[in-house]
Design a protein around this ligand. Sequence first.
Ligand code: ATP
Ligand code: MG
Length: 149
Amino acid sequence: GPVDVAALLKELAEEYRLGAEKRNISINVSPGEKIIVQADQDRLRQIVLNLLSNAVKYSDDGGEIVVGAIAEEAYVRIYVRDSGRGIPDEELERIFDKFHRVDSSRDSASGGTGLGLAIVKELVELHGGRVTARSRLGQGTEMTVEIPG
Ligand code: ATP
Ligand code: MG
C-alpha cells in the first residue's frame, strides 16, 4: 500500500535518537515534502531500521547521521549517510552477503551476525528496487535504496 516515507523516516530516527545521543551522535532527517511510495510498510520499516542501526553502530562518538528521501521520476530514493569508519572498496560488494562482516576483529566489539544488509537487499529486491553503498574509509558511508514509484 501507499507509505508516507518522510513520516516513516522521522519516526524511525526518533526511535534511535535516544540511544545515539548517549554517544553524542546526531540523527537528522533531511526535510522533505510528503513522499509516497507503493511498498509494504513493515518491510520498508525493516529496511530503514537495518541501515540506521548500522549507521549508529559503525559511527564514532560525536558522529553525524543524515537520513532522507527524494522523489525521482521513476522511483523514490532513500538514503542513510553516516560519518563513521567507512568500508574498504574491495568489501563494498560483499557486505550484502549473508554473514559477511568486514573485519571480525574490527567489528566484533560492536556485535552482529552479518545478516542486516543481506535482509535489506532481499527486501529491496522484493519491491523491484536496488540498494547500493558508497563509502570512504575513515570518512563515512552512504547507503542508497531505490524503490520504483
Ligand atoms: P547485523 O546487522 O546482523 O546485526 P552486522 O551489522 O555486522 O550484523 P550487516 O548489517 O549485514 O551486518 O553489515 C555487514 C558488515 O558491513 C558489517 O559487519 C560492517 O563491517 C559493514 N558495515 C555495514 N554498514 C556499515 C556502515 N554504515 N559503516 C561501516 N561499515 C558498515
Ligand atoms: Mg547490521
